[in-house]
Design a protein around this ligand. Structure first.
Ligand code: ZN
Length: 79
């Protein structure tokens, strides 16, 4: 069996989160962070409150350089 990707060396994988200068409309916290996310519909950029997990925004994003993953939903769109 051929492995397309090697086993990660880290015990836990994480994504870099960027602190955004925004206030959460749900709890009033200033701990709003932005980060990329891969959903079933493809990549998107998310702005989420780190305290109450309220999602402020979720915007479709182009596939990051170096990734070739095509989401399954791309094959389900009507022609
Ligand atoms: Zn919040």
């Amino acid at each position: 069996m051929t492995m397309l990707f090697g086993r990660p060396g880290e015990t836990e994988l994480s994504v870099t989160r960027t602190d955004l200068d925004e206030t959460c409309p749900s709890c009033g916290s200033g701990a709003v962070q932005g980060y990329p996310l891969l959903e079933v519909t493809g990549w998107c950029l998310v702005a989420r409150c780190a305290d109450c997990l309220h999602v402020l925004r979720r915007e479709p994003s182009p596939t990051p350089f170096g990734f070739s993953y095509v989401p399954y939903s791309a094959h389900l769109k009507e022609l």
